[in-house]
Every structure is written in C-alpha cells, then in structure tokens.
Design a protein around this ligand. Structure first.
Ligand code: GAP
Length: 492
C-alpha cells in the first residue's frame, strides 16, 4: 500500500513534525515549506544516502559545493537568460495566472479526438479561444508571454548610476541571480576539479544544494516550490562515446537506487521526452516519473517527474569557453578567460567533453519516499494505525527507548542510559510521554524501525524488548547485545 493522495502526507507531515507551511503566523507564503525536526533528518538521510551511493561507492565521481550566487555571465552563456522562460497567460475575468503550456497540455489530453491542437501565437501554441479558466470557467485570456524564471538579487550596496548596459540588457548595479540549477557550478569548475584531482575522462562531478525558480504555478506541497534542493551529477565523456546508451545506463542505476530505498517499481515509470519538448541544451532526456496522484482516475494523469537524465552534449563546456567561434570566425563567448576543453593524453586529442546529467530533486524524492512508505494496519482492538515503512537508512529515528513505567526511577534511569549508549552509533530517542500503546503508535507513524521497551523484568535480567515496526513482533534481547542486534537488523 502507499498513500492514497498527497493530502494524506501533508496532514501527517504537519502533525508529526516533518514539514510545516512556511511563515504560518504571518498567513503563510505561497508554496513555501519548512522542514521540522523529523523532516530535516529525513532530507539529510536522503542526501547522505545519495552521496554515499554516488560519490563514495563509485570510483569515478568527485563532489563539489559551489556558490548559489554566481557571476551573472554564467547565466548569459548557459542560455538561461535567453531561454529559461515559462509562457504565462492571465485570465482577464478572475485575474488568475497560469502556465499556458500546462493548460494546453491538459486540453489536448482531454480532447484527444481533436488531434494535436495548434493555435500558434508566436511564443507557444495555446488554444486561447477554447480553453476554459480553471478558476472561473470563463474564456477570456491575454496572449501568452514569456516570463524568466530566475530570481534576481542585488550584490552589495550599489547605486543606480552603476547600472551596466550590455547588448540592450540592463544589469542594475550588482544585479545577480540565485542559481536555477546546481549544474552550472559544476561546468564552470570542470577544469579545477579535473586538474586538481588528476582525473581522466570519463568521470563525473556531483553536487547537492539549493536552487531557486520563480515558478508561475508552484503547488502540490513540496512537489513544485520556488526554493528547492537538487542532487545533480555531470558525467563527462568523450565526444564519440555512446551517449544514448549512457542515458539508459544512468536510468537503470537510478531505478535501482530508488527501489533499493523503498520505492515500489509499480509507482515508478519512465518518460522519453519528445524532441520538441527538450530543454535548449538537451539532445535526449528520459524522465523518471513517480505516481504522485494515485487518486486520479486516468492513469496518464497520475504521474509527475521525480528526476531527469539528460544528454547535454558539449553545449555547456563549449559555451563557457573563450575559444569556440561563430561561423564567421568571431568568438561566441567574449567574456570567459578559459578554454574548458580537455586534452586526452592517450589519444593525443583535444576536445570538449560531452555530458550525461542525472538531475534529481531532494524534495520530490522525499515526497515519493513518504508516499510509498505510507501504510495502514488495524490492531486487535479494531483501531487503524498508520505505519510509515521507511527504509531504515532514511528513517529519521532508528530506535526509540521507552520505559514501561515512567514513575519508576530505576526503569526510567535504565531506559535513559540505554538511549545515551546507543546515540553515538544511531539516532535514538527516549520517550515517556504516554502509555506504551500510544508510544508504539507514535513511533510507527514516524517510521522508527525499532522500539526498545524497558520493563520491570529488565531490572532483574538486564534485557529489554525489541519491537519491530513492520511486523509488531517482539523479541527479548540482552542489553549487552542490544547495539549489535539493532545494527545488524538495520543493515538488512
Ligand atoms: N540541471 C538540470 C535540471 O535542473 P530539471 O528537470 O529542471 O533539470 C531537475 O530539474 C530536478 O529538480 C527535477 O526532476 C525535480 O526533481 C527538481 N525540481 C525542478 N524544479 C523544481 C521545483 N520547482 N520544485 C521542486 N523540485 C524541482
């Protein structure tokens, strides 16, 4: 079983300290979310699991952590200033604002009999005369216009007279952007990493960090937000490598990673992005989709992108280099100080490496793991309990130590001592805020794999009860063996 819808997870997440609506005491901020005590642990565990898998367990990947605010020229030459746009339309009746391409896509899905509807406007095809406003149901749209999704910010205390004009664009004094993807920080450091780590192609560079996009229609909880985290890896290969096969290779790797950490294969699917929908840098992209909307009747509408694997060609390294020229011999990049080409010693050949990029979202991964882990079970009193069957590596808390009687100082003391002894090797908590049934239920609901109960007998035989989250089975274990016992079971 998995969660019946995202709302079930929103409610659990708030109730149990995973995710809270941001700035709630000031009325909130559209689609911004704060991660609570358990949410931050879960996010950290996802990122740690990814880093271990991607950087430590392979021999061909290095890690970096680049700045969020880069020189604005990075975004000029990456193509983001010119092309990182979403087409938006406004409803003139209710003033609702929407992404034209999404409305068009939905219209085409719901009206397959009409075939591919092309109502060209110059910017994007949008069936302006027939699509109804999802808010008010009327048909009275503005023309679609392009909206750049990068967040602008200001560096230092600069005055308006320091504004810079460049090719018709005005950079306000010190204007810069918050990065919309972590990838560019990797490309501009390609030579730094390759040379300092004495790497030969093929190798990859991984990065985890925040990205920012001024999304027109954020929503669906942490699925689409303006501030989010990415786990990206750029894999540099020869120009004559089998790029499409490498995309397939990374698709398989990621299917393996996500399912090994608990996603059911039934809730994961692949989507080959059609050529006319590819990003400006991509020649092939396969999206890994997750069934975030199981409640929707139509199977095709149940899926949304979890992550994507793109073949970016040599687009980025070339565009950030000072060498490549236009056909007329002039330099394409007149600002870069370096040439990011690579010299292959074995082949005695210089070239711009091509790139395969698996790009995953931390928040979308967290949501998928939460949804897939969600299950319900009825106890012998007929009460329905929620069990979050998170993989032990992802569970925010690995073990809860519970005293059977909180008014017995010896039992409380022993339970607290066991928690302290376990803490250096695994995240452990002590809890005595309810009866044992309530305490078990609370730990099941937040995904704690094991509860350890200290009872009267523990004082006699120095042993405790270990209760399994998924089976509710209990086992008596000597305190001296407890750490080893739990570690072995957590690794299974
Ligand atoms: N460097 C390539 C790149 O950024 P992308 O498909 O735009 O590709 C990669 O983003 C992943 O980042 C997505 O698959 C998704 O998991 C996550 N992501 C993108 N935009 C997001 C948003 N607004 N909110 C949450 N996650 C987002």
């Amino acid at each position: 079983m998995s969660a019946p819808n995202i709302e079930t997870i929103v409610s659990l997440a708030k109730r149990r300290g995973f995710v809270f609506p941001s700035s709630e005491i000031y009325g909130g901020l559209g689609s911004a979310w704060d991660y609570g005590p358990l949410g931050v642990e879960l996010c950290n565990n996802v990122k740690r699991a990814w880093w271990r898998w991607m950087v430590y367990e392979r021999d061909d990947i290095e890690g970096i952590d680049s700045s969020i605010i880069l020189n604005p020229l990075v975004w000029k030459y990456s193509g983001h200033e010119a092309t990182f746009n979403d087409p938006l339309v406004d409803c003139k009746e209710c003033k609702g604002r929407f992404r034209a391409d999404k409305l068009q896509e939905e219209y085409e899905q719901n009206h397959p009999a009409e075939g591919l509807v092309i109502y060209g406007t110059g910017i994007v095809s949008f069936a302006k005369g027939v699509i109804k406003c999802p808010n008010c149901g009327k048909i009275n749209w503005t023309d679609p216009r392009l909206f750049n999704m990068m967040f602008k910010t200001q560096l230092g205390a600069t005055a308006a007279e320091e504004d810079v004009k460049d090719e018709g664009r005005v950079y306000l004094g010190g204007a810069a952007y918050l990065r919309p993807e972590t990838a560019q920080g990797i490309f501009i450091n390609f030579l730094n990493v390759q040379q300092s780590m004495r790497r030969k192609i093929p190798f990859g560079v991984a990065q985890v960090g925040k990205s920012f996009r001024n999304e027109i229609t954020p929503g669906n909880f942490i699925l689409r937000t303006r501030e989010f985290e990415q786990m990206e890896m750029e894999y540099f290969v020869r120009p004559d490598a089998e790029h499409f096969k490498l995309v397939d290779y990374w698709v398989e790797q990621y299917l393996g990673w996500y399912t090994s950490l608990g996603l059911s294969r039934n809730n994961v699917d692949l989507y080959e992005v059609p050529e006319d929908k590819l990003a400006h840098y991509s020649r092939r992209t396969v999206d890994v989709m997750y069934r975030y909307f199981p409640e929707r009747d139509e199977e095709a509408r149940q899926w949304e992108e979890l992550m994507g694997i793109a073949y970016r060609t040599d687009f980025d390294l070339k565009s950030h280099s000072n060498k490549p020229s236009h056909d007329d011999g002039t330099r394409a990049n007149t600002d870069a100080t370096e040439d990011l080409s690579y010299f292959d010693e074995a082949a005695k050949e210089r070239f711009y490496p091509h790139v395969i990029e698996p790009a995953a979202g931390v928040n979308r991964s967290v949501l998928a793991f939460l949804m897939d882990a969600y299950s319900e079970r009825t106890n012998d009193k007929g009460e329905t309990r929620v069990i979050l069957k998170l993989h032990p590596d992802l569970a925010p808390i690995k073990v809860a130590v519970l005293p059977l009687a909180k008014n017995k100082p010896e039992i409380v003391g022993m339970a607290k001592a066991i928690k302290r002894a376990l803490q250096p090797v695994m995240r452990a908590v002590y809890d005595d805020t309810g009866g044992i049934g309530k305490l078990y239920a609370r730990q099941d609901e937040i995904g704690t794999p094991f509860c350890v109960t200290v009872d009267h007998q523990s004082l006699e035989d120095v042993s405790v009860t270990v209760r399994d989250r998924d089976t509710w089975e209990q086992e008596r274990v000597k305190v001296a063996d407890l750490q080893q016992h739990l570690q072995t079971r957590l690794l299974k």
